[in-house]
Write a protein that binds this ligand. Sequence first.
Ligand SMILES: [Zn+2]
Length: 408
Amino acid sequence: MTTCRFCSSPLTLTLVDLGTTPLANSNLRSRDEIVSEKSFPLHVMVCDECRLAQTTETIPADAIFHDDYAYFSSFSNSWVEHARCYCEEMTVRFGLGSGSLVMEVASNDGYLLQHFVKAGVPVLGIEPAGNCAVEAERRGVPSIVEFFGSELAGRLVSQGQQADLMAANNVLAHVPDISDFIKGFSIALKPEGVVTFEFPHLLNLINLVQFDTIYHEHYSYLSLIAVETIMRRHGMRVFDVQQLPTHGGSLRVFACRESASHAEMKGLGEIRALEKAARLDESAGYEGFTAKVEKVRDDFLTFLADARKAGQSVIGYGAAAKGNTFMNYCGLNETDIDYVADRNVHKQGRLLPGIHAPICDPARIAETRPDYVVILPWNLAHEIQQQLPQIREWGGRFVTAIPELKVF
Ligand SMILES: [Zn+2]
């Protein structure tokens, strides 16, 4: 029987089972790689005890495909701006200065910590990807090339390094051993230190049927209720939480040691109440999700079948993990989707995992004049629509499938 990766209770409640699919970020370089393509079960279950929603499989590290280009956070202007605002807000709120220390876990290329450096606040980045850390050092961000956990935290403390503020954005979900990871913060923080975590909110995933944000390397799908339980286990408590628009609706959780003096803020009560109203504290909050996911799939397959009957062409736009989860769950192959256009030149010429349709330069859209362009990253639908005004010239239409089928 599968057990919870946090509290070891047996897992019996399924959120959704998306079948067996290849890893969502593993685009193929050529057709020769199809024969050796590996697939893994993608099944999310919810623990009855701690309410952690989690994948049942841990993917062997050597199977995870790392393409260097994909991981530089500074490629996204909006993400760098988000980080700048965070730094300003935290500096004021917690009175950070030249005598403070800010650490970031998964500090990437220094996209966030660089703003503290500019403000004269000492920083330390912790980033397992060496090429990212090199880039961070170039920005003046000292970086340790390691995974974070209780062992590294203990070493930092013994070297006299404890943090006033720690940031861990969009990393909590990616950690296989979430318990040891959180334990690390309880060690690395100063007695009054604060850690902030940002993660996509499970409540949005459920309400907006965002099942395409599920992928193998994303081990946990987090609610406030689960995060508070995990914190308590390690002598910490959540004292504030904010809602953010990033990644289809995220939470930013503020936590400190149990004994610290930070007062509980009203945001905490608000999110607790939202989750309670959605019954995330009982099985009922999770039980209807599979049916909603199946309806999204069935509606999309009906749309595809109708288009094919009418002799119309369908392409995708945006070759990212979301689209791969979605298309693989729908069981699509290269005869269903002619190609997927993507502006990232490093992806062009590769094949989508499992589906094996090619990734092409968006210039091809004007040449092939497709009847339908399926926007796979629904969170960027507005932006992508504006990038492709020309499809109206030949009567082309846009499609999004989540949270429900929309042709526009
Ligand atoms: Zn559990």
